[in-house]
Design a protein around this ligand. Structure first.
Ligand code: NAP
Length: 294
């Protein structure tokens, strides 16, 4: 058996097209475009690349974007002042503080400051809190977890009543993914580094979400035949056959898993492209919230 590939690139492209169409409609209605403001502190090359990619995606979808840079030596007060200014700027629909912040800065304090109706990353504790509370609706859902669910839904994979196992319990992926699956009526088990007999837990799952940060950690023999696998991991491993000297792999051993699973996301080209697509969706949503539009 060979699993059906869940094409994250194509699904992300569809989400981006929808955001672009909605942005065009909003521009016609209001004369303004939804606009993302990114805060970039320090010179971390990966962070610069991510912020650049987000700005490019905004431009391609007809959204506005701006990048606000501070040096790595910026004080907590300077970063917080910038976030307050962006909160107050009417032309800014959504605020993204690129993480990680340089050492010595208090990330939580900065994220807590972002205005709730501009929290397009969905990391404000109020948004996370509402996500995990029954009957409450957050203003924004974090982008990567929202992308995981969109991949399942848009691939026609049922969630309600299914057993789901999420491996990883980070605030940015594992915890919100588990909450979203539960909200979609799956029965969810969250596993982590202290979980005993992980293979046995994974074997029960109709849906497996791996967000661990360990290359090819989940083995094919752990999977229930026919299950759906969403691999969030992005790990660099050495590969002498590549010009760069490395290649990207997920947290799931793809070669093994593809022979057992029913559906699987590749790495790259699975969850990865969904994150920026969902950020565009959230920025459009922020604009509508701020303008009282539906
Ligand atoms: P993280 O904050 O390091 O969390 C990793 C989680 O995995 C923790 O909950 C940890 O458990 C658990 N874990 C570690 N070793 C384990 C083991 N041996 N057995 C079971 N669980 C174990 O990582 P993250 O930020 O969630 O990211 C996870 C992966 O997703 C990374 O590869 C990252 O690059 C990728 N990622 C991709 C995207 C994207 O596609 N756009 C976005 C975000 C992250 P404890 O809680 O017990 O420590």
């Amino acid at each position: 058996m060979t699993a059906r590939l869940i094409d994250g690139k194509a699904i992300a492209e569809a989400v981006r097209r929808e955001a672009a169409a909605e942005s065009t409609r909003l521009k016609t209605l209001t004369g303004q475009a939804p606009t993302l403001a990114a805060v970039l502190v320090g010179e971390d090359p990966a962070s610069q690349t991510y912020v650049g990619a987000k700005g490019k995606a905004c431009a391609e979808a007809g959204l506005g974007s701006s990048t606000h840079r501070l040096p790595a030596t910026a004080t907590q007060g300077e970063v917080e002042t910038l976030v307050r200014q962006l909160n107050a700027a009417p032309a800014v629909s959504g605020i993204l503080v690129q993480l990680p912040l340089p050492k010595g800065l208090n990330e939580q304090a900065v994220l807590d400051l972002i205005s709730l109706d501009k929290d397009v990353d969905g990391f404000h504790p109020m948004n996370i809190g509402q996500l995990v509370m029954k009957g409450r609706t957050p203003q924004f859902i974090p982008c990567t977890p929202a992308g995981c669910i969109a991949l399942l839904v848009r691939s026609g994979i049922p969630i309600a009543g299914k057993d789901a196992v999420v491996v990883g319990r980070s605030n940015i992926v594992g915890v919100p993914v588990a909450a979203l699956l539960q909200n979609a009526d799956a029965t969810v088990t969250t596993c982590h580094s202290r979980t005993q007999d992980l293979p046995d837990k994974v074997r029960r799952a109709d849906i497996v979400v791996a967000a661990i940060g360990r290359p090819e950690f989940v083995r094919g023999e752990w999977l229930k035949p026919g299950c759906a696998v969403i691999d969030v991991g992005i790990n660099r491993i050495e590969d002498a056959s590549k010009k760069s000297g490395f290649r990207l792999v997920g947290d799931v051993n793809f070669a093994e898993a593809v022979a057992v699973a029913g559906e699987i996301t590749p790495v790259p080209g699975g969850v990865g492209p969904m994150t920026i697509a969902m950020l565009l969706t959230n920025t459009v949503r922020a604009f509508k919230l701020q303008h009282g539009l539906t």
